[in-house]
Design a protein around this ligand. Structure first.
Ligand code: BDR
Ligand code: CA
Length: 315
């Protein structure tokens, strides 16, 4: 099984993505590191542990990571995911507790104690932990196999400003450190990858909800977002950014559009702060430094999502 580390600011779409990964038998999650973002890092730990209990598979350790962003103030996403990030259903882990130790340091230890390229990392929140890890031990970080980030607007529009997406915007300095580190296999799955046909529609939502306890959990914890979306889209739809990124990372057959570009992250104080500029037309003549995934094959993606959430067959 391929080894995986998941870094998360666990809100309700992270929860769905984590449940998918725990149910993919081709991967072994070594650990979770948590970070503030959708919610405070302590709440992110609670939500990750709750999700692991609901997934009912195996129980990787969950470590605390960075509480604060590198420079910027924290702006939680309570209006999207609820005050607790999980739809305010009062969910708590009944048994599991956080693992002792620090997530950034543990990630570096795992990377050092495995062969280069053996561990993949999927980042579902602001990139603070990864940036700190890079500054602490760049050699260890260079041992990551594939790094997949849910971050940026991809080739489309932002979700917190006209051009910026939450995870990059929330700690753009950290995102810039990650982008400029020089990872060999770095993919940003853009916000656009979870839109259009990749949104869960009312039928998909019904199917998941009726499939069993895990499907129901994955949908119900997204109820604040779903209510918001009824106003935005006129019906129950779910734009699930982290599940899209997880599918692109673990099941690349889902990827419909992904190309390498020269990218830059804007950390200047202006209207495009926190955006990732993707040089699609290759104006700047710089070599590509990241892959940007901007679209998934909705049918393959949904098949994978249903299967890993216990609501269907894989193939
Ligand atoms: C990202 O921000 C958070 O709201 C989601 O969990 C996702 O990681 C989408 O912009
Ligand atoms: Ca997230």
């Amino acid at each position: 099984r391929r080894k995986l580390i998941i870094d998360t600011d666990c809100g309700s779409d992270d929860a769905m993505a984590i449940a998918m990964a725990l149910n993919d038998p081709r991967y072994e999650i070594l650990m979770f590191s948590t970070v503030s973002g959708n919610v405070h890092v302590d709440q992110a730990i609670t939500n990750t542990l709750t999700t692991i209990e609901h997934a009912g598979t195996y129980e990787p350790p969950v470590y605390v990571g960075c509480e604060s962003m590198l420079l910027r103030p924290l702006v939680y996403a309570h209006e999207t995911h609820g005050d607790d990030g999980m739809g305010d259903l009062g969910l708590r882990p009944s048994r599991l507790r956080p693992a002792p130790g620090n997530g950034v340091l543990r990630m570096l230890e795992e990377l050092r104690s495995h062969e280069p390229g053996e561990i993949d990392v999927v980042a579902l929140g602001p990139l603070t932990n990864l940036a700190v890890a890079i500054r602490l031990d760049p050699q260890a970080m260079a041992r990551i196999g594939r790094l997949t980030v849910m971050g940026s607007a991809g080739l489309g529009r932002g979700n917190v400003t006209p051009v910026a997406e939450f995870n990059v915007w929330q700690d753009a300095e950290a995102a810039r450190i990650v982008l400029e580190f020089g990872f060999e296999h770095l993919t940003f799955v853009g916000w656009d990858a979870c839109l259009g046909e990749s949104m869960l529609d009312p039928d998909d939502i019904r199917r998941l909800r009726e499939s069993g306890p895990l499907g129901r959990f994955a949908i119900d914890c997204n109820r604040v977002l779903m209510a918001m979306n009824v106003e935005r889209f006129g019906d129950e739809y779910l734009d699930m950014a982290d599940p899209a990124a997880m599918a692109a990372a673990l099941h690349p057959e889902c990827i419909a559009e992904c190309d390498r570009y020269h990218c830059q992250i804007d950390v200047s104080d202006g209207p495009s702060y926190g955006s990732m500029l993707v040089d699609v037309n290759r104006f700047d003549g710089q070599p590509a430094n990241a892959a940007v995934c901007s679209r998934l094959h909705a049918d393959r993606y949904k098949r994978y999502l249903f299967a890993t959430l216990g609501a269907g067959e894989w193939r």
